[in-house]
Design a protein around this ligand. Structure first.
Ligand SMILES: [Zn+2]
Length: 443
């Protein structure tokens, strides 16, 4: 237990560093602290500060000949803590309350890192400082700002890197307290759409003869969808990876239902799948999307202003499934607008990242599933892909190994929101599971 307490102290120090990558703040401070912790445990550390957020690569070498290679991916950057007045405790002070730990980054992702360090430290202490596998940590500091340098970094260091299995940054239990294991995530391309119809806003009487930018942009947005909830951009679905039988079966077994989704969020419009008859879960997990994140144009304050806006912008995104390329997808959207006679709509890419799914039948993935099932005395919920986005694709490209996402979280961990927290029980269980995973490689 002493070891676990020691790493809770490390977690306390890490939480006290407001390493917000969006503000490019305190990133080297957090990276140095982590590098020192790895060195203290006997790892070989390569500290790379070529980028604004330094990378920490730490390797624990096994003496076993031809030992297998485990890679663990974590990040030390966090989301901004604002709005601070919504926090019940100080966001940058690790606070224990009723069996929970509060603080920005406690679940995403600093607590996962310290739990895994605890596991290795305990294992080493109990096994005469020997590991049955090589373990390499890749710890980055701009995950929350789309891992801007990860692909470049991995290409640069690929000669140090190989893996049989990758353990992803985080994960946890769902609302039904079932442990979840994810093997992939969607990609994304984000973009701005801008309409400019005149040099300046016009008197709205001119709407008799001139399109407003707000109308033009609305037409462009509307043209992206048909009335059944399908994306109307030609070739948009051409490249998508079709889910295999096991992937479909795993997703079919997930507890999500149409009615629970509607009730939980108070959804007041018919679901796409109600309109087009497609399967709800297969659509959520295996189909790409286009979403309009925000629209800005014209007059939006109190009272009336009879104006014809000359500019309008929308922030938009497409979530991508494996095999879809962010740039190709965006080009298809641009081509579509051109064909619709909307070539004046300027489309500008902001971020892009491809999606990835692991082979959930891989023997190393099955090992993780077995260990988890055995430890929790219940079958985990195995999910081939998260409908959200993360940089798994780049890690897979560099390492060519399957990825399993599991961790210390639970359904009220409030990642990215005020009062982010974890339960100490989940934290300690994850330490045990990582130790069990290491133990499973003993000969
Ligand atoms: Zn994270």
């Amino acid at each position: 237990m002493e070891i676990r307490k020691q790493y809770i102290e490390l977690l306390r120090e890490l939480i006290a560093i407001p390493s917000v990558s969006a503000k490019e703040a305190y990133l080297p401070e957090a990276a140095h602290l982590i590098a020192d912790a790895f060195r203290g445990l006997g790892a070989d550390v390569i500290y790379d500060d070529t980028y604004f957020a330094p990378f920490v690569l730490a390797t624990f070498q096994s003496k076993v000949p031809n030992a297998k290679q485990l890679v663990i991916y974590n990040h030390y950057d966090v989301q901004p803590a604002e709005p601070l007045d919504l926090w019940a405790t100080d966001a940058w002070t690790l606070t224990e309350k009723n069996g929970k730990l509060y603080g920005r980054g406690v679940d995403d992702d600093k607590g996962n890192l310290t739990a895994r360090l605890s596991a290795i430290a305990e294992y080493l202490t109990e096994h005469n400082n020997q590991l049955p596998i090589n373990i390499t940590f890749i710890v980055e500091g701009s995950e929350e700002t789309s891992s801007r340098h990860l692909d470049d970094y991995l290409a640069k260091h690929h000669h140090h890197l190989s893996a049989d299995l990758v353990i992803w940054e985080s994960g946890g239990k769902n609302v039904n307290e079932e442990i979840e294991i994810f093997g992939g995530n969607k990609g994304i391309v984000t973009f701005d759409m801008t309409a400019k119809t005149a040099n300046n806003d016009l008197h709205s009487s001119l709407s008799a003869i001139v399109d407003s930018a707000s109308l033009r942009l609305s037409q462009a947005i509307a043209s992206l969808f048909d009335h059944h909830g399908n994306i109307a951009v030609p070739h948009f679905y051409d490249d998508i990876a079709i889910p295999n039988a096991r992937e479909k079966q795993l997703v079919a077994a997930l507890p999500l239902t149409r009615d629970s989704l509607i009730t939980q969020h108070g959804i007041k419009v018919p679901l796409y799948t109600d309109r087009n008859g497609d399967d709800l879960k297969e659509t959520l997990y295996f189909k790409p999307t286009i979403n309009i994140e925000g629209i800005q144009s014209g007059y939006n304050s109190a009272g009336v202003k009879t104006v014809l806006p000359a500019t309008a912008t929308a922030k938009a995104e497409a979530r991508l499934v494996p095999n879809m390329d962010p740039d190709v997808t965006l080009q298809r959207i641009k081509d579509h607008l051109q064909e619709q006679g909307l070539s004046d709509i300027v489309v500008t890419k902001t971020l892009g990242q491809p999606g990835y799914r692991s082979d959930m039948s891989d023997s190393e993935i099955l090992r993780v599933i077995d260990i988890t099932a055995h430890y929790y005395k219940a079958q985990p919920i195995v999910i081939p892909t998260s409908p959200g986005t993360g940089p798994m694709f780049y890690i897979h490209e560099a390492l060519q190994a399957p990825i399993a996402s599991l961790g210390i979280g639970y359904s009220h961990a409030l990642d990215h929101a005020p009062n982010e927290n974890i339960r100490l029980t989940d934290y300690n269980q994850h330490i045990d599971v990582i130790k069990e995973l290491i133990r499973s490689y003993e000969l």
